[in-house]
Structures are given as structure tokens and as C-alpha cells.
Write a protein that binds this ligand. Structure first.
Ligand code: SF4
Ligand code: SF4
Length: 96
């Protein structure tokens, strides 16, 4: 498993995993995101944010996220997709 330096992030790995467990899979965050350029499911995004191989679509999405925060207000359960994306970005860099 890839170790990510938590100092670089505004949420720790355990906080990100906690947020992903709390996600109800509504996809409101993805629908609000101006950086989504190809079909991506919330299940694959959540899974690949914290474990396993990062697929091409998820890697491209992670690279294109520019931390605008537009994904946060629409979340009905108050989660921070932008923080999850930052974690995914660093995880992606760590695996390249
Ligand atoms: S922070 Fe990233 S994932 Fe969220 S809306 Fe902006 S570009 Fe999309
Ligand atoms: S908007 Fe919130 S609950 Fe819905 S998929 Fe995104 S993070 Fe999960």
C-alpha cells in the first residue's frame, strides 16, 4: 500500500476513508464538477481514492481537479470531495 505524507494534505487518510464510508453515492459532487470530462462512477472514484490501482479515467479526473470546491456545497451529507480529490492526487503522484 502506498504511504502518503499527511502533512501535504488538509485531511488525513483515516479522515478521507471515514468520509468515503459516509458517502451515500448520490453523485451530486461529480455532477457539479466543471472538470469532469468523461463518464466516471462514484463507486470507482471512491474505491480508487483509497486503494488499489488507479484507472485511466480516475487518474485523468484527479489530474484535472483544480480544487475549486464546487463539489462541496451540493453534498447532502456535508462531505468534502475536494479533500478526497487532493488525497487521490497525491496518491496518484506517489504511484507514478
Ligand atoms: S474541487 Fe476538483 S472535484 Fe471538486 S468541483 Fe472542483 S475540480 Fe471538481
Ligand atoms: S455529493 Fe457527497 S454523498 Fe453524494 S456522492 Fe458526492 S461525496 Fe458522496
Amino acid at each position: 500500500m502506498v504511504k502518503v505524507n499527511p502533512v501535504l494534505l488538509h485531511k488525513t487518510g483515516s479522515q478521507v476513508r471515514q468520509e468515503i464510508r459516509a458517502c451515500i453515492g448520490c453523485s451530486e459532487c461529480i455532477q457539479a464538477c466543471p472538470a469532469v470530462a468523461e463518464p466516471i462512477t462514484i463507486d470507482m472514484l471512491n474505491r480508487e481514492t483509497v486503494s488499489g490501482e488507479i484507472s485511466g479515467p480516475v487518474a485523468r479526473f484527479a489530474r484535472s481537479c483544480y480544487q475549486c470546491g464546487a463539489c462541496v456545497p451540493p453534498c447532502p451529507v456535508g462531505l468534502h470531495r475536494e479533500a478526497m480529490m487532493m488525497w487521490l492526487k497525491v496518491r496518484l503522484l506517489s504511484t507514478e
